[in-house]
Design a protein around this ligand. Structure first.
Ligand code: PGA
Length: 243
């Protein structure tokens, strides 16, 4: 089995964000499954919007593709209009959830504290977690990258069911991928803070995925835009399997 420099099986997760209706998601997964069924040595997940989750759990059953939510509230139930809880995701058969994506932090007021609470609750309820961290462009330019990462990671505790995703905010959806040197340096720093696999995220595409995933401290990728197209997502999964 191929593996990353750390001996871990690479993990490729597609974060669809607010894209794909149920019928579009079904069409996508029907095309994806045959394309990744024989790709060895890589774990694959899709992270669709809530409304697609049931259909994705049903259509990936028995396949190698795991289904993650994009977010989750820390309370099991209660007066939290618009939110979804871990027991709701578990009952559907969802495998895990992203927590603390920078778009949640930027547009929906999530803080290190809410990210920590959501992560804890997800793990307690048996969900796997992709916990996102990453600095903004202004923070990087001000030389604060390590301080920001230290603060964001300090609220998380290592857990076998949790991976970190390092997503520099300036690289998300901008086409500006971190150079391999920047990514490797940040990943090594995060691993000095917490014992967890670390995925890279931010403009990953089929041109740069193989090089990024081959770096010693990069254990896979959280892919946004390029995960929406079945050919590019399948190609990224294949590239990671050779890393
Ligand atoms: P991107 O998004 O690949 O479109 O940059 C990554 C993410 O936000 O997870």
């Amino acid at each position: 089995m191929s593996s990353t420099g750390t001996g871990r099986t690479p993990f490729i997760a597609g974060n669809w964000k607010m894209n794909k209706t149920v019928s579009e998601a079904e069409e996508f997964i029907a095309a994806l499954l045959p394309r990744v069924s024989s790709v060895q040595g890589v774990d694959v997940a899709v992270c669709p919007p809530y409304l697609d989750l049931q259909a994705m759990v049903d259509s990936t059953r028995g396949s190698r593709v795991q289904v993650y939510a994009q977010n989750m509230h820390h309370a099991a139930d209660g007066a939290f209009t618009g939110e979804v809880s871990a027991p709701m995701l578990r009952e559907l058969g969802v495998y895990g959830t992203i927590v603390g994506h920078s778009e949640r932090r930027q547009y929906f007021g999530e803080t290190d504290e809410t990210v920590a609470r959501r992560t804890e609750a997800a793990l307690e309820h048996g969900l796997h977690v992709v916990a996102c961290v990453g600095e903004t462009e202004a923070e990087r330019e001000a030389g604060q990258t390590e301080d920001v990462l230290r603060r964001q990671v300090s609220v998380l505790s290592a857990d076998d069911s949790m991976v970190i995703a390092y997503e520099p905010v300036w690289a998300i959806g901008t086409g500006k991928t971190a150079t391999p040197e920047i990514a490797q340096e940040a990943h090594a720093f995060i691993k000095s803070l917490i014992d967890a696999p670390v995925l890279y995220g931010g403009s990953v595409n089929l041109e740069n995925a193989a090089e990024l995933c081959a770096l010693p401290d990069i254990d896979g990728a959280l892919v946004g835009g390029a995960s929406l197209h079945v050919e590019s997502f399948a190609a990224i999964c294949r590239a990671a399997s050779h890393s």
